[in-house]
Every structure is written in structure tokens, then in C-alpha cells.
Design a protein. Sequence first.
Length: 471
Amino acid sequence: MKQVIAVLIIIPVMLFPKTLRIFVNTLSNNGPAQFSWVGSGVSSSVLNDFAKINGIEVISEEERNRVLKEMEFQLSGMVDADKAAKAGKALGANTIFSGEFAVINNNVRITARLTGIEEARILSASKLDGKVDDLFKLQDALAVTLIKNIDKKTSTVTVPEITPVIEIAVAQERIPGNAYEFYAKGLEVKPTNAVRALYYFEEALKRDKNCKEAMLEAAKAAVAISKFDAAGGYVKAAYDLYRTGGDDASLASVYNTAGMIYTRLRQYPDALTCYQNAKAIREKLSLTGTMAHADVLMNIGALYTEQNDAENALRWYDESQRLKTGLGMADTPDFANLLMNRGVVYARTKQYDKASVELAAAQKIYEKLSIEFTPSYAALLMNIGGVAMERGELDAARDAFLTSGHIREKMQLEKTLGYAMVMHNLGDLSMKKKESAAAVSYYQKALALYTAFGITKKQDEVKQRLAELKN
């Protein structure tokens, strides 16, 4: 098997199936551009507030941003409401949070609504006015008010009770105002500019060194730009801060993030410890029947995949798959990624028939959701091509590799490690077909990218192939 990719999952904070499952869209700015950060800040806080309410499942910001990015081509030309509905449905949401805000002369008006995806109707709405300095009070009131305003008699989802205890919990944590603006600006640019996002999160931390939200986001941004040492420091500081709040779902999410960072650093024992801590917290809180728990199990499987431990990888993937299936999430991109990861394990152990079955099932989900022009689908095709090549199905392998490459080119992802791996595989395929000129061209493209990324092992592999072609 040639170059293969397994997928890690950044988990949302989710609770119980068949309840209110919310996709939080960023509020649109109807006022001066200088206050655009307010939308990201308020939306993030509302997401966290929803997550504190028992009986509500929330799609994480990372999952939202990833799917919106991956579905960019399918969503082009749509209005924001339709984009959110399509992306939310792909993630298993049944409700969309959306709205607008405007800041004029330090006064802010926020208009927000919850819309049922299947019903295509507004379930609840709220309009709040106040001062920019009172954003926290407004956003806390927003989450609670929207849930209270849902008509339980006509709602097709279970509406949770908002008790005084919940209202206190929602209003409990506040980011100091002098740090909040920089934190929100970081959230705003995070999907498109991780370098700038890290700058803003670090500025927030200069103003409040104990801002755990900014600390965790700084860790994520540092990972995105391969500053792994900095990321490790930030994530350790973040979970030290979160840990003071007790064993809650937020801390479990922090441990999950830390696990992914340590996996990227190849510090596998530390990664496993973090995942086990996340798992233990969810077990303690009776949150094992959740998507968040299923994703932790999947990440443990991916960790063992990285270590070429097929038996343990498949064991954890099996547990995750059973839980995701039971939660009705079998037609989502995350489930497709799980099947792809299983296919990778089978391929690495030369069980190509089983690998083909898993990868074909993953492909069927992507095609059903009409999200073929995405990095994840490109990775899936590369794995399908790798299996086909190992089985001697060279034409099928070429079709898969070329389509994977074309998707990345269309998305302007030619300067990525994934594209380098596609070129590497096409070089190997061309060698098998004795097409020397094509092989040299593909290998040279792969070598240039491997060199740029400083991946010595892959550079040596490609140089060896090029030397063989000269002889």
C-alpha cells in the first residue's frame, strides 16, 4: 500500500440523540466593518452557552468551519441561510442558529433565530438591544431566550427545560472585555488565516494570561501552522486552567484537542493518556451515548493506526462505529471518515478486499451528500487508488489518483502534503506501467513539495525512484 491518510476528529460538545442538535452559524454584520469581530465572538459564546444546557447537542466550530470549507464549491451561489442548512444537515444537525447584528455609536442590536432544517420554518426568534460593553449579558440572554421561546406543542424536537441552575451556569464564565475583542478577532480570521489568528489569541493572553478559551484556541492555531512546540505549551496550560473547573465536558474536549496535538508531535503515549482522560470524564458524567464520546473512540483508533497497530485500531473503530450508527449518524462525513480509516487499516495489513468494501461505503456516503469536491473526498480517492494499484487494477488506480489531484488543483491545494502524496502515487503507478517520462514528472513534483515541507524520508524514497529510472 502506498501513501494513505487517516483522519482525526475534533469533537463537538454533544449530549443526547433525538434532541435539539444545533448548527451555530456566525451572525452577519449589518453595521460598520470595524465591528465585524462581534459576530464571531457572540456566535462562539452562544455555542458554548447552548452546550451547557442538558438536552442540547452542538456542532463544534471546528466541524462547522471544516464542512463549510470543504463544501465551498457546492455552496457557491447560495444565500447564507441555505448554506447553513446544507452544511448543518451534512453534520446531522436538525436546527440552525443564525441572525444579524449592527453596532452604531456603541449601541448594538442582535437579531437571532432558530430554524428547523426539515420544517424549513423559524422555531424561535429574539431581538436584543444594548451596549457593546454589555455583550456578555446580551449573548447569555440570547441563548436562554431562544430556547425558552420554542413552542413545545408544535416542535418536532425535544425542548429542554431552562432551570435557574442552567441560567446561572450559562452566565458563569466571562472573558474580560480588554481580552475579549482580540479573542473574537482571532475567531473571526481562524478559518482562513491561522497565523493572524494566533497573533490575536496571543494578544488576548497578554491582557488576560488566564483566559483559557484564548489559550486553547492559540494551541489549535499553532498546530495549524505547524508550531507544535508552542501548541504543546498552550494546550498544557489550557487544560491546567480548565481542570480547575472540575471534570466536565469542556475539559474532556480539551483533552481530546491535546491528544490530537500530541499525535501530530508523534508523542503517542501522551496522546493516549489525553484520550483516555477524555473518555474517563465522559464515562464519569454518563456521556458515553454521545457523538463526542464516539469521536474520542475514533481518535484512539486513529492513534493506533499511526502506530500500525491494526488490532487495536479496528477494536476502537468498531466501538465508535457502533455508537455512531446507534445515534443515527451513518450518513455523515464523519462516518465516511471512520469507514475510510478502517479501510486504511485493512490496506496496511494487505486485506485489500476488506479495504475496498470500507472505502466504497465511504465513497457512497460522500456521493449521497454531494460533497465530492472536498479535501476529505480527495484523500478517500487516493486511498481507493492505492488499494486498486496493489490489486493490479492500474487503470482504476490512475482514475482515482488523477481525480484526487484534480480536486486539489481546483481547490488550489497544489502546495500541500496531500498533493505531494498524490504525485508520489502517480509516479509509482507510472513506473508500474513503464511510463518513464510521466513517472519522472510526477516524482519531481512530489520531491519539490517534500523538500519544501522538510520530509526527509519521503525525499529519499523519491530520489531512489528517480535514480532507478536513470538506470
